[in-house]
Design a protein around this ligand. Structure first.
Ligand code: GLC
Length: 418
């Protein structure tokens, strides 16, 4: 008889906490900052391991200041950070005991940014810490070089699981573990060895997830597999560079599960800092993405790619400040909310907290917004900012709210229906 073992999930408390905090800072930082030409520098430029090691050895971000990073996140209204502890290049950005290929041993910098970020978060208490960890590893001999090294895939699994154990043990309580690199909807090129485990092998998720949920019962697991359904043990369905249900990126699932959701996105077109990068989204666009994510029941994890010096790119900081200024006055319509029940329109979406509904008016084509699907419990409308009562007109199934010009916020005007 087949026995099914119960796969652990994050605790109810952890799942709720994660959904309540809604807005996070993704940080992509590593050796790429030294040669900021490509998000996948090692793969994109076919750089050999010894040559890439030379790049990594130059990392010396003497202006890195964890307190500053965390306060930039906090001022933006971001309640959690997800930091690249190891990206696909295999370089550990924390003090792992399992490899010398790490920032604390392989670079003149020697410091452990993860320790410093965790301490900075603990000092403030209003920003939680989470870890991105790549499943791919273009440096580890058991990943791409088994023939040459005589190592087996199981050696890589022991390393990967061992690193995750360190991250779940050595840095206090974390909010999330975020995995990347297993992309069932991707088409690979001739360099499969960069992406795929050997035939018939996998990442042994059942053991990996069980370990995380045992060591960190309140932490949620996200695996950026772009899939619905998500695997047992995973807690959140992720969307990369797309709002839930849209699939402009081509690899996201077009369907949405009933699990907590997360959208991760870049401010420009890159995850890491890339020199000369343009196409920064406007503050208004970023606020729109944040509230559209929230209206679909998703967290919004917005990325910064810090510089080689250890500083966050000034344009990123100014965008984050703009979002923070809006959230300061309108945060009630985002934090602690769940997906909206009022039908979205071309210019509006909604979020909800019990019987209180927050309509986010993102554009104006007339003085009013015409809604359908407004629950019968709703009797009044008011502006969130300032509290001014707004006139309502009911026509058939339509619920029409008029917003005076003086009450409009060019970023997003929030109308509270209750
Ligand atoms: C994609 C990219 C990877 C990046 C990740 C962040 O998977 O390929 O480089 O770290 O998105 O979501």
């Amino acid at each position: 008889m087949q026995t099914t073992t119960q796969v652990k999930q994050a605790s109810e408390k952890g799942l709720n906490r994660y959904q309540d905090i809604r807005f996070g800072m993704f940080i992509h930082w590593g050796p790429t900052a030294v040669a900021p030409r490509h998000d996948w520098l090692m793969h994109g430029e076919s750089i050999s391991v010894p040559e890439y090691e030379k790049i990594a050895a130059r990392l010396n971000p003497t202006k890195f200041n964890a307190d500053e990073w965390v306060s930039i996140a906090a001022d933006a209204g971001q309640k959690y950070i997800v930091f690249t502890t190891k990206h696909h290049d295999g370089f550990s950005m924390y003090d792992t005991a399992l490899s010398d290929y790490k920032i604390t041993a392989f670079t003149p910098f020697k410091r452990d940014p993860v320790r410093e970020l965790v301490n900075a978060c603990a000092k403030r208490g209003d920003v939680k810490m989470g870890f991105y960890h790549s499943l791919l590893d273009w440096h580890h001999p058991a990943y791409r070089f088994r023939k040459e090294s005589g190592l087996a895939w199981s050696d890589y699994i022991a390393f990967l699981h061992g690193q995750v154990r360190e991250l779940c043990t050595n840095y206090g309580e974390i909010a999330s573990m975020w995995f990347d690199g297993d992309w069932p909807n991707h088409v690979y090129d001739e360099k499969d060895s960069y992406f795929l485990p050997p035939e018939g092998e996998w990442y042994e998720y059942d053991k990996l997830y069980d370990m995380i949920h045992t060591l960190q019962p309140d932490a949620v697991i996200i695996n950026n597999r772009h899939s619905d359904p998500i695997l047992p043990g995973e807690d959140v369905q992720g969307f990369e560079q797309d709002l839930p249900g849209l699939n402009t990126a081509g690899f996201n699932s077009p369907t949405i599960s009933d699990k907590p959701l997360e959208v991760c996105m870049t401010i420009n077109n890159h995850w890491f800092h890339i020199a000369g990068s343009v196409n920064y989204k406007s503050t208004k666009q970023l606020i729109s993405n944040l509230v559209r994510s929230a209206s679909a029941g998703a967290n919004y994890l917005l990325n910064v790619g810090p510089l080689e010096t250890g500083e966050i790119v000034p344009t990123h900081i100014s965008r984050l400040r703009g979002i923070g200024a809006w959230l300061k006055e309108n945060g009630e319509s985002v934090y602690g909310t769940r997906a909206g029940v009022i039908n979205p329109t071309a210019i509006s979406v909604s979020t909800r907290k019990g019987d209180t509904h927050y309509v986010h008016v993102l554009d104006y084509i007339s003085d009013s917004v015409t809604l359908t699907g407004v629950p019968d419990t709703v009797k009044t409308a008011r502006l969130l900012k300032g509290g001014e009562a707004l006139p309502i007109e009911h026509r058939d199934d339509k619920f029409i709210v008029t917003i005076p010009e003086s009450g409009r916020d060019p970023m997003d005007t929030v109308v509270v229906l209750s």
